[in-house]
Design a protein around this ligand. Structure first.
Ligand SMILES: Cc1cc2nc3c(=O)[nH]c(=O)nc-3n(C[C@H](O)[C@H](O)[C@H](O)COP(=O)(O)OP(=O)(O)OC[C@H]3O[C@@H](n4cnc5c(N)ncnc54)[C@H](O)[C@@H]3O)c2cc1C
Length: 404
């Protein structure tokens, strides 16, 4: 039976970041990957996908973007190439096409069964991703059987959908982009909007994520936020990989029909919550607070290389958002309601009643078992590619201490 000190599960950028940090400490390890390196970016993104983070934010341990377009936004194939190069240059010991089927504790470590072989390891790092499966709301079960439905993980292009009306459920990053693209294909789109995080692409002449980075908002730590569960469950930012802002007001102006959160299905009609004005007002308020933080940081640090302080108008909505829509008008549904990890193979008692791993910043309650790549794992930036470096360094330091 092959043995190693650490098994890393998953060769996305997080697994590779951990691998690089383990190598720096000469910790013997393998990276087991069910597909190829960067599998999620190869297989689970739509055709027109671009990162919403600018190129300069694609940073990993020992790597930072050195191309000629730091403010640009990469396509998925470009990112696959970049991560593939990273795996090569770091010499990551990746075993591709190896699916982990179970991880169980044993004396002095873990037994890791795959569809190829069985490994013994003293420590395991779970880097298998936060977005393996769609997170569907209970109302999904109430939709009529004949309605064509898919999730943002399976959506590729409007041509997949039958002609006719489309209901996109969820107005975060994936939902607004899919609604926009499907609308441009000529299909009438209804967008069901729940709680969301409104974000302009730029503020005071700089990318909004530049402000989050410079002002330290992205560095906020998991043990400092007042409500960590909420912070970890926040919807993704309403951003797209382009220089333009795509917000609800823009979508509405273009002709996308905005409705409240999808609440139920009854008598052949989809029912929407009446809370749309409230959730938009809340998102406007939170955006204002975030901009206050940036302005305060600029004033405190004397930063002036930017435009003047400004505020965005409140989200303008249609006068009477529909409370019900006849499902006869809707030919397909795209669920953009978020994602969840698939940990069905984990036989270590670290899951809570909702199936979530209990951990303290990626250090699970089972000694020697670690987790990386989850939203707000250790910092606000943990949800992004750019968060992997600091998290991987911290977790590898803990892991080395455990081994010692
Ligand atoms: C739609 C979408 C858009 C995003 N856009 C951005 C963006 O613009 N900028 C940004 O910074 N971040 C973005 N993110 C977030 C970013 O992708 C996450 O940080 C990332 O998912 C976490 O990286 P990871 O390496 O942990 O996971 P992944 O990239 O998902 O890698 C996990 C790997 O584990 C493998 N795996 C899973 N299960 C097993 C198993 N049982 N055995 C073996 N291997 C397994 C998978 O095949 C995969 O290769 C986006 C996420 C999504 C879903």
């Amino acid at each position: 039976m092959p043995r190693t000190t650490t098994v890393v599960i998953g060769a996305g950028h997080c697994g590779l970041a951990i691998s690089r940090c383990l190598a720096e400490r000469s910790i013997d390890h393998v990276v087991l990957e069910r597909g190829e390196v960067a599998n999620s970016w190869r297989t689970q993104r739509w055709d027109s996908f671009r990162l919403l983070t600018p190129n300069w934010m694609t940073r990993l341990p020992g790597f930072s973007y050195a191309g000629d377009d730091p403010g640009g936004y990469q396509t998925a194939p470009e990112l696959v190439r970049l991560i593939g190069e990273y795996a090569k240059t770091t010499g990551a010991p990746v075993r591709a096409n190896t699916t982990v089927e179970s991880v169980s504790p044993q004396e002095n470590g873990f037994l890791v069964r795959t569809d190829q072989d069985v490994w013994e390891a003293r420590t395991v790092v779970i880097a298998s991703g936060a977005h393996n499966l769609p997170r569907l709301p209970p109302v999904a079960e109430a939709l009529p059987d004949g309605l064509f439905a898919l999730s943002a993980l399976d959506y590729r292009a409007p041509g997949q959908l039958p002609d006719g009306g489309v209901l996109v459920v969820g107005a975060s990053s994936s939902g607004i982009q899919i609604a926009h693209e499907v609308h441009r294909s000529g299909r009438p789109v209804t967008l069901a909007v729940g709680e969301h995080v409104r974000m302009p692409r730029t503020y005071r002449g700089r990318d909004i994520l530049w402000w989050m980075d410079a002002s330290g908002v992205f560095d906020e730590r998991y043990d400092e936020v007042p409500d960590l569960v909420r912070a970890r469950n926040l919807p993704s930012m309403q951003l797209t990989g382009s220089a333009a802002t795509l917000d609800l007001a823009t979508l509405s102006r273009l002709g996308v029909r905005l409705a409240g959160k999808l609440a139920g299905v009854r008598d052949g009609r989809a029912q929407f919550s009446g809370s749309l004005p409230n959730v938009c007002a809340l998102a406007d308020l939170k955006l204002g607070r975030l901009l206050d933080t940036f302005d305060a940081w600029a004033a405190d640090t004397g930063f002036t290389d930017c435009g003047p302080v400004a505020r965005f108008p409140a989200t303008t909505l249609p006068e009477k958002p529909p409370l019900t829509v006849d499902l006869g008008e809707i030919r397909s549904v795209v669920w953009a309601t978020g994602f969840r990890p698939d940990l069905s193979w984990l036989d270590v008692p670290v899951l809570d009643r909702k199936g979530r791993i209990t951990h303290d910043g990626g250090v699970t309650t089972w000694p020697g078992l670690y987790l990386i790549g989850m939203p707000f794992l250790r910092r606000r930036r943990s949800s992004l590619i750019d968060g992997a470096a600091a998290d991987a360094r911290d977790l590898t330091a803990h892991l080395a201490g455990h081994l010692a």
